[in-house]
Ligand binder design. Sequence first.
Ligand SMILES: Cc1cc2nc3c(=O)[nH]c(=O)nc-3n(C[C@H](O)[C@H](O)[C@H](O)COP(=O)(O)OP(=O)(O)OC[C@H]3O[C@@H](n4cnc5c(N)ncnc54)[C@H](O)[C@@H]3O)c2cc1C
Length: 393
Amino acid sequence: MNFELSDEVKGILDTAQRFVEKEIKPKAKEEGFKRDLVSKMGELGFFGCAFPPRFGGSDSGFLAHSVVCEAISRADSGLRALFNLQAMTVPYTMMEWGNDTVKNKYVADLVSGKKLGCTCFSEPNAGSDLASIETRIEDKGDHFEINGEKTWISNGNVADYAVVYGTFDRSKKYKGLCAVVVETNQPGWTTRETPKLGDKSSPIAEIHMENVRAPKENLLGKMGQGFVVAMTALDRGRISVSSGAVGLAQACLDASITYANQRVAFGKLIRDYQMVKATIAEMVAQVEAARLLVRKAAWLNDQGLPFSREIAIAKYFAGEAVVKCAGMAMEVHGGMGYSLEMPVEKYYRDSKLYQVGEGTVNIMRLLIADDALGVKNANRPRLHVPSDFRELE
Ligand SMILES: Cc1cc2nc3c(=O)[nH]c(=O)nc-3n(C[C@H](O)[C@H](O)[C@H](O)COP(=O)(O)OP(=O)(O)OC[C@H]3O[C@@H](n4cnc5c(N)ncnc54)[C@H](O)[C@@H]3O)c2cc1C
């Protein structure tokens, strides 16, 4: 095993760290969506690591994607969502399942940050249970017509392009699902932003679709493959989410080390108390273990090997780790943890998402346990998915 990052990945990480110092840290206190940051990150190639040059990418891989996403999340966890929407669950899913028209029309503009994407699985009555999706996607001969409601859609109110999951036949349950690319600039597509606890650099919205149209060539995969498209998208999205969790957990540790090295209580720096040391040690171990799990899964994906099981374990562990680390950071900061002057209150708010998005803690536990118990193989075949997009050039 070689745990050393390649020179190429180190170079991308270096660019990301300089971007953090110049562009993110000075505005870290201003919570909210910053469109200009998306464009700058796109221009610097942060979303393109796993994409071939034909689509504006650098072909540096999923491990590079993970490392950059971690570095950005360490500075602002809310920006982590972009690595999902401008890379994994939107353009990567288009590249993986779309025809040439879809790939050529949408992918490069999303990866470069010129256009914004969103991915629409969740509905009022369907979150963890995607087979219960109620949004209707009807074949009208020369186009699809879409009617339904989506909730909790990151970038939902700002996106130009959406991957919408719906059903063409509810009686078929998950076999009746399909996925289509929708251009949001049309009558019938209306959104309302949802106020939320944390991760405020990434807006969330409810979407109402009434007779929304999509051309037939915007179908991803085939009719009835929507569930499989969703599972592959979620596997890739889990790389971004778990990398973001590691970055935020690292930020909790960074802040705790700084504070423990400054704060004096009972005449001594609090770092000299064994119980504070134990907390720091626990955080270090959680961050390191989560990082190794995430990078292993990303590396497997780079090798073209199955990684659904490994990314479920990584997502589960990193999601739990970041929430633990945010709690421990609050503890190390004492009353100052509760203050709006310190960063850790934001970390605490931001952390909770990592136990929910891209599959809840329980859903990850189900995947992992069913695999271990021999009930269901987590790395089950995903029908035909080309593993190497250079083959498609
Ligand atoms: C900040 C944020 C951003 C999001 N962004 C997006 C987005 O961009 N696109 C999108 O489509 N969705 C998005 N979501 C939605 C997210 O994916 C869902 O919230 C998540 O999948 C859980 O679905 P739910 O909220 O309906 O919870 P439910 O599925 O109702 O689950 C509620 C509870 O029951 C548990 N549970 C459910 N089923 C089982 C089971 N079979 N066994 C054991 N426990 C179970 C869950 O683990 C959870 O604890 C986002 C959510 C948040 C909070």
